[in-house]
Ligand binder design. Structure first.
Ligand SMILES: [Zn+2]
Length: 100
């Protein structure tokens, strides 16, 4: 599947770049609305890294900040939630979100 180059969150467009990053698989810069994903990791790792950064962006755009140390735990938990509904149980997704 093609790597996405942007994502719209609450009306704001985040640009997604795939570049080398020292020591990280993904980074987000809120004031530039920029997500950078390492291009030196597997596509599977890149998928997870992008999902993780998108959750950070959603938390930011919906004012879910100020939790500091908890933020990584919450981002990880939300990603696991999405994975459970969208990947492991797609039949539940349609029911919960009201679309087939
Ligand atoms: Zn994170």
């Amino acid at each position: 599947m093609k790597q996405p180059e942007k994502i719209k969150i609450r009306g704001n467009v985040y640009k997604i770049l795939y570049n080398p990053i020292d020591g990280f698989e993904g980074l987000i810069t809120y004031d530039e609305r920029l997500i950078t994903i390492s291009n030196e990791i597997s596509s599977e790792r890149a998928r997870v890294a992008l999902g993780h950064e998108i959750i950070h962006a959603v938390m930011y755009e919906y004012d879910f900040t100020g939790v500091e140390m908890q933020e990584e735990l919450i981002a990880g938990t939300l990603w696991n939630l999405l994975h459970v509904v969208y990947v492991s149980n797609p039949e539940v997704k349609g029911f919960v979100f009201g679309k087939p």
